[in-house]
Design a protein around this ligand. Structure first.
Ligand code: BGC
Length: 836
């Protein structure tokens, strides 16, 4: 069965019952009733996540929430759980915009449940370098794949009545000095690579919001970038939504409003609000400029149903039918897993005999299911690989678990074995409130302080309760966040002191752990723990709140012993499954990676286990490329990304052959960091040149003498395919292929265009179209794939316009960027400028 996709444009204010005319009239009437102070207030966050309500015009408060794997909601804590989908790179690895659309729908459903109106996602920056700290949060190194997945996602969110926020506009591709870095990008690379996903999504999905990035581009900070935010985005592309700043990215009242920024987040102190009103009063900003921004905010409010008199684009009764969130999370996970290698049919595991599996790895038990930073959500449950396999294996199966190596050399938020609560007190030590905690972490921002306790009344917060160790030995304890702490375990004060504040606000918010002391504890004997924060209130610029935590690390086992135990278990089993992973110290928002090695002794572990058992399957649980020096020595490698809350269940589905691993690499996987085309993510004197121009990802690898470990687009399934025919007519390719295996399968058909003749500075080939199809054994399928117009266009920097480059071109139907199964020639580029 061939699957084709047709997205309904959802950009107009119409669609549901809210016609553009209705919205225009209501918005204008509302605007006319606002004075300057109210208008400028509406352009500034009133707290971390919301805009103020203006009852005088029937406007409710608009709530924004991250994004992109789940919807956190205004409270950011484990006590208010959220569905957690696989990481964005995993979603892109499905190469399936229809699935991305379902992801969008399920997240919109979550947003409605949590009272949010604007989802701060998707992230459509590119995988420029594997070192980028937020690599896991972006889709791909390729703008077309990014556009298609992003379009699906935004469509799904907005057809459910929630606004999507495409971010971070633009060239926010690394984290080092992210607030200030000035990325120097050629006009052509900007247009053909970095702006391209934003452009396609604006055109094809009509997002209602977009987030302006922290960084600068070619000398101007993005929140003030009139040429890009107004010239390109609004005037050229026709974007009619709201531009919201990244959190704390707006720095200058006049330059930001003149530069096209509509909303400065977070509040309450921002460069808009009273500062903007003052700028109008003293003649530095025209009131009509403020009005333009207010109109856009009111239109957004109307679209999501917050402005009285304006029908929302999607009325409650017309929302899509509810989806089973965990079911969608599990389906996306299995569809995203990339089978990188599979020697002698090691996978799926043979369950005809009684399976005997040695499961190995810290992440096999303590699932690493998402990347760190603002994308963090707290799901109600997480299925680890151990949970998933235990549940799925038939009765009588033998499943052993050993840790093998513990790469987490850091303290982690107190969780297993802890029973905790937070006690809030005033300056006289009187108890104001108490709140149970699912984890040893408090993160209350402004309004979210429990039981209505006023921020000013609060003097101390104590995280307290009991800890029952699983293992005897030396337990390490620590804090996260900054401030003045007293930490007591089992009656002994381990730490009493204060430390200075500072650093990246996001880092302080997400809380790096600091070791404070240790205690000798016995397995099974509960002890009292208390972490008293004597000055818990923090402010990062305008953000006020309480954010700190109790952290812990189990006794460290001897590394050699751990490996020996795993090797012995592997030797005794038919199959060894080793789960290797990065840690939150390696992949997170707020900093870039420094190398691509698996942390700790995991490489050694894999090599030793593989030597002991020829049927060693390695599961790579990482959001971005890692080096795999053992990759030729193991039976199979399955890449599972950060697979979301149902990852372990999906892993069992795929290992046992109930589902096929459906993923294809959305980004090239280098064998070694030094082979990667872009390895510099650190600015010098504030400037980061994108010297490689167009040559990122496979566009660059094509020119390298050294091949990557696995090319862009690579991924195996459980069946085999024969590509029978490729024809091209009227800008559309038709591919015929047959499932030649013995089980139903899914194939991702990839089209790459290769210019014949003078390259004109163009890459040797570029992705021109994609589709996923399914077929039964022996079934032949025809699939039609429109060839993206941009395949035949280059940005002419002198003319400041797109230029169609006459053919001929070769079109390859291929299973990766480094492959060609069938080739057809395209004599002249098609001339329909409407397609992406
Ligand atoms: C991130 C954004 C996020 C925002 C709000 C920022 O630090 O860059 O992606 O939406 O925080 O959490």
């Amino acid at each position: 069965m061939a699957q084709t996709l047709a997205f309904v444009r959802s950009r107009s204010t119409g669609g549901g019952t809210g016609s553009p005319g209705d919205h225009h009239a209501v918005v204008e009437a509302a605007l006319a009733r606002l004075d300057l102070d109210a208008k400028t207030r509406l352009l500034a966050g009133q707290d971390l996540w919301t805009l103020p309500a203006l009852p005088e015009i029937g406007l409710d408060s608009l709530v924004m929430s991250d994004g992109p794997v789940g919807v956190r909601g205004a409270a950011w804590s484990a006590d208010d759980p959220s569905l957690c989908l696989p990481s964005p790179t995993a979603l892109a690895a499905t190469w399936d915009p229809a699935l991305a659309r379902r992801a969008g729908r399920v997240l919109a459903q979550e947003a409605h449940r949590k009272g949010a109106h604007v989802l701060l996602a998707p992230t459509v920056n590119l995988h420029r370098s594997p070192l980028g700290g937020r690599h896991f949060e972006a889709y791909s190194e390729d703008p077309l794949l990014t556009s298609r997945i992003g379009t699906g996602y935004v469509t799904g969110v907005q057809e459910s009545g929630i606004a999507a926020t495409v971010k971070h506009f633009v060239a926010n591709d690394a984290e080092t000095e992210r607030f200030t870095v000035d990325n120097r990008v050629s006009e052509r690379a900007l247009r053909e690579l970095y702006l391209a996903p934003f452009e396609a999504i604006v055109r094809d999905a009509g997002p209602w919001a977009l987030m302006s990035a922290y960084n600068g581009v070619n000398g101007t900070t993005m929140t003030e970038h009139r040429a890009l935010q107004t010239g390109v985005l609004r005037e050229e592309w026709g974007f009619d939504g709201v531009v919201v700043s990244d959190w704390l990215a707006a720095r200058d009242t006049v330059r930001a409003i003149e530069g096209g920024l509509d909303v400065a987040m977070p509040g309450p102190q921002t460069v808009f609000g009273p500062a903007l009103a003052a700028a109008v009063r003293d003649g530095r900003v025209a009131e009509s400029t403020v009005d333009r921004a207010v109109r856009r905010v009111l239109l957004l409010a109307a679209r999501v149903g917050l402005l009285k008199g304006a029908a929302p684009v999607v009325p409650v009764g017309r929302r899509p039918a509810p989806l089973d969130g965990p079911g969608v999370a599990r389906e996306i996970a299995a569809r995203s897993f990339v089978l990188l290698s599979n020697r002698a049919g090691a996978l799926p595991l043979d369950t005809s005999a009684v399976p005997s599996i040695a499961l190995i790895g810290r992440a096999a038990r303590d699932a690493r299911f998402l990347g760190g930073g603002s994308a963090t959500v707290y799901p109600a449950r997480v299925v680890s690989p151990l949970d998933g396999l235990t549940e799925a294996l038939p009765d009588g199966s033998i499943l052993t678990y050993t840790m093998g190596a513990d790469a987490n050399d850091q303290l982690e938020v107190a969780a297993k074995g802890f029973e905790l609560r937070a006690v809030l007190r005033d300056a006289h030590g009187h108890r104001l409130a108490e709140q149970p905690l699912a984890l040893g972490r408090v993160r209350w921002m402004d309004g979210a302080i429990p039981a209505g306790v006023g921020y000013d009344a609060l003097a101390t917060v104590e995280i307290t309760g009991t800890f029952t160790p699983l293992d005897s030995g030396t337990h390490h304890f620590g804090t996260s966040g900054t401030g003045d702490f007293r930490l007591t375990v089992d009656g002994t004060v381990l730490y009493d002191g204060a430390d200075p504040e500072g650093g990246d606000p996001m880092e302080v918010l997400t809380g790096r752990a600091i070791p404070r002391g240790s205690a000798e504890l016995e397995a099974g004997r509960p002890v009292e723990v208390s972490l008293l924060h004597r000055a818990p209130k923090v402010a990062f610029g305008p953000i006020r709140g309480v954010t700190f935590g109790l952290t812990h690390r189990d006794p460290q086992r001897d590394g050699d012993r751990l490996i020996e135990e795993a090797v012995a278990a592997a030797r005794a089993a038919d199959t060894a499954v080793v789960v290797v992973a990065t840690t939150e110290r390696v992949e997170s928002e707020g900093f870039d990676r420094t190398n691509l090695r698996l942390p700790g002794r995991q490489d050694e572990l894999v090599a030793r286990v593989a030597a002991a058992n020829p049927r060693t399957v390695v599961v790579v649980n990482a959001g971005a490329p890692v080096e795999m020096p053992w990759r030729e020595d193991v039976a199979a490698i399955l890449l599972t990304w950060f697979p979301g809350q149902e990852g372990g269940a999906a892993l069992a589905d795929v290992l046992l052959g109930r589902e096929e691993p459906g993923g294809r690499l959305p980004t090239t996987w280098p064998a070694r960091l030094e082979d990667a085309p872009v390895t510099r993510v650190s600015p010098e004197e504030g400037v980061l040149p994108y010297d490689e121009g167009l040559f990122v990802g496979y566009r660059a690898w094509e020119r390298h003498a050294t091949p990557p470990a696995y090319p862009f687009g690579h991924g195996l399934g459980y069946t085999t395919w024969e590509y029978l025919a490729l024809t091209v007519a009227d800008g559309c390719a038709r591919v015929r292929l047959r499932n030649t295996g013995t089980r139903p399968g899914r194939e991702t058909v990839q089209l790459y265009a290769e210019p014949v003749g003078p390259a004109g500075g163009r890459p040797a080939r570029q992705l021109a179209g994609l589709a996923t199809i399914t077929a039964e054994p022996g079934e032949t399928v025809d699939v039609e794939i429109p060839v993206a117009d941009r395949t035949f266009q280059v940005w002419d920097e002198e003319a400041g316009a797109w230029d169609v480059v006459a053919g001929p071109y070769l079109l390859h139907a291929a299973r990766s960027a480094a492959d060609s199964v069938l080739t057809a020639s395209v004599p002249l580029p098609p001339s329909d400028p409407g397609r992406s």
